[in-house]
Write a protein of this length. Structure first.
Length: 281
């Protein structure tokens, strides 16, 4: 596999001042874990200022929601984490993951794919997961949010982590759009350009948030691309209980509002499954 083009990334992201730093590594256990570990060391804010990016060609020990393990093969995915110190009230920080999802949805739609967000932190193409996003607040640096994102780019069907996942390459092929050979220089450029496009789009959204000190400027844009709203859903909670109902909206703090047995409930944690009309997951 061909590596990311760091010169192109710096030219598009760092030189214009959109990001303070971009650092690429060949392989790591987890970009989020690396930055969380760095946050406990002296000089973290100087070494990793606001809008710094760590990206890895390969991630071997990633952790998703509820500490689920996952990995990304070398050169097949994008595994990146961003250091943010947003001017947002703490209760609005959940929206940062949703803002990252909005940016990726826009980039995928610009490539002709019908992408949407699945609350709270996934991006799907026709109910197939192409990306997962996870935010963490370092205990030693509570003003910081580390925003991690994994995007399946060049994975073949037999490389996907779960049967309901997908990749950019597979979706381009499915849609009959031009798709490069996975081991070609064109495929490497596709990965690089996807990362640059997503980070550029996210930087624009973050500028709008920072300017207002509030999520309000992009709140409705986020809600408009969340396919969970209006769907019949099953919510599986950490304590093992479940709730079935209709997702009706997103609360001001980013929680999912669900009408369950005629009563509005809010869920800030849990696994959400979209249900088919027949009632199956």
């Amino acid at each position: 596999m061909h590596p990311l083009d760091t010169e192109l990334l710096h030219r598009r992201l760092v030189q214009p001042g959109l990001y303070a730093r971009l650092h690429r590594v060949e392989s790591t256990g987890s970009t989020n874990a690396d930055l969380l570990a760095a946050s406990a060391q002296p000089g973290f804010s100087e070494q990793w200022p606001h809008l710094s990016v760590l990206t890895a060609e390969e991630q071997t020990g990633g952790r998703g929601r509820l500490a689920r393990a996952w990995s990304s093969p070398g050169g097949g995915s994008l595994s990146s984490s961003i250091v943010l110190r947003p001017s947002l009230p703490p209760e609005q920080r959940h929206w940062l993951s949703l803002a990252a999802g909005l940016a990726l949805v826009g980039v995928l739609r610009s490539r002709g794919l019908p992408a949407a967000m699945k609350w709270p932190n996934d991006v799907h193409v026709e109910d197939r997961k192409i990306s997962g996003i996870l935010a963490a607040v370092p205990p030693q640096s509570p003003e910081t949010v580390i925003l991690g994102c994994g995007i399946n780019v060049l994975l073949s069907a037999d490389q996907l982590p779960i049967p309901t996942a997908t990749s950019l390459l597979l979706e381009l092929q499915r849609a009959g759009l031009p798709a490069p050979a996975p081991d070609s220089p064109q495929a490497a450029r596709l990965r690089t350009e996807l990362l640059a496009d997503w980070l550029e789009s996210l930087a624009g959204l973050l500028q709008r948030i920072q300017g207002a000190g509030d999520i309000e400027p992009i709140r409705q844009e986020i809600i408009a691309v969340i396919s969970t709203v209006g769907r019949q859903v099953r919510v599986e909670l950490p304590d093992g209980s479940t709730a079935h109902g209709t997702a009706t909206g997103v609360e001001p703090e980013g929680a999912l509002a669900v009408e369950v047995d005629g009563r509005r409930r809010s869920f800030s944690v849990g696994d959400v499954y979209h249900l088919r009309q027949s009632g199956g997951a």
